[in-house]
Design a protein around this ligand. Sequence first.
Ligand code: ADP
Ligand code: ZN
Length: 292
Amino acid sequence: MSGRIAAMELGGTKTVVAVADADGVLCEEYRFPTTTPKETMNIAVSWWRARGEVARLGIASFGPLRVDPQAADFGTFLRTPKESWQGFSFASYFHNHLPGVPWFLDTDVQAALLAEMTYGAARGLSDVLYLTVGTGIGAGLACGGRLVHGTLHPEMGHWLVRRHADDSFVGLCPFHRDCWEGLASGPAMWQRWGAAAHTLPMDHPAWDMEAFYLAQGLYTACAMVSPQRLILGGGVSQATGLLDKVSMWMDRFSQGYFESLGARVVAPALGQQAGITGAIELALRGDKKLPS
Ligand code: ADP
Ligand code: ZN
C-alpha cells in the first residue's frame, strides 16, 4: 500500500481531521466545530488537499448511519436529531469531491473500539465492548474478533433499563424518553440534578445513581455476549471513582451468577485519540476490519 491516508472523526459538536503516512502513523491533525454537512466536509477536503494527494480515506462518524457497503444507501445518515445531517450521503459527496479515492466508513464508537483493540486497552482480545458516555451514550461491539454491525450497527444507548427507586426524572431521549441514554447521558445528569456532570462532587448521590444505570447496561451486555473486557470511555466516565462504582454495581446485579463481571471494566488507553486513530485504522485495513 502506498500514499497518504486521510482520516476524519465526525462528531456531533466537533470534527477531527488527520493525515497519516502509508503505515498509518499520524502526521498531523486539526480540530474544528461541526456545522452543516457542506461546510464541514468542504473544510475537511481542503485541509487534506493542502497536505498532498489522498490515497485512501477513513471516516469515523456519529450515527445512525448506513455502514453496510452492500446497501444501496451506504454512507447515508438516517434519523439523526442533528437534522441538517439527516439524509446526507458520504457516498455522493466523495464521488463528487474525491473521485476515485477508496473510502471506508464506520461509526465513531466502532472505530474507537477498533483502535483500542489494535493499540490500546483491549489488545489481543476478541470479544470487547466499548462504551462512551458523554453528550449521548454509544457502544461499539466486537465478537469473535469481528466488529458487529447486524442490519445497522449497535445502538445500545437506546436499550431499556430498570429505573432507580429514587429517580423521578422523565428522561430526555426525544424518541423514547427513559432509555439508557435518556437517563444516563451527560445532559440527562445535568437536567436531573441542575448542574453539569463535571461539577458534581464525587460524594453527590448523582454518582451512585449514574453507576447504577451504567452498570445495568453493561451487565445486560455481559449476559448477552459475554465480552472479555468492557471499556468505559467518554467525558462522564472520567469522573473520579465512577469506574469502581460501576464495577461494584455490576457485581451486585450479578449476585454471584457471572464470574468477576466488575473486574472486566477498564478505562480507555487511547483517550481522546481513539476515534481518529480508529478512522486511520479503517483506511489502513480497508475491507478487512478484523483486529488480528
Ligand atoms: P461528546 O459526547 O460531545 O464527545 P464528552 O464525551 O466530552 O463529549 O462528554 C461531555 C459530557 O461529559 C458533559 O455532560 C460533561 O459534563 C461530562 N464530563 C466531561 N468531563 C467530565 C469529568 N471529568 N467528570 C464528569 N463528567 C464530565
Ligand atoms: Zn432512546
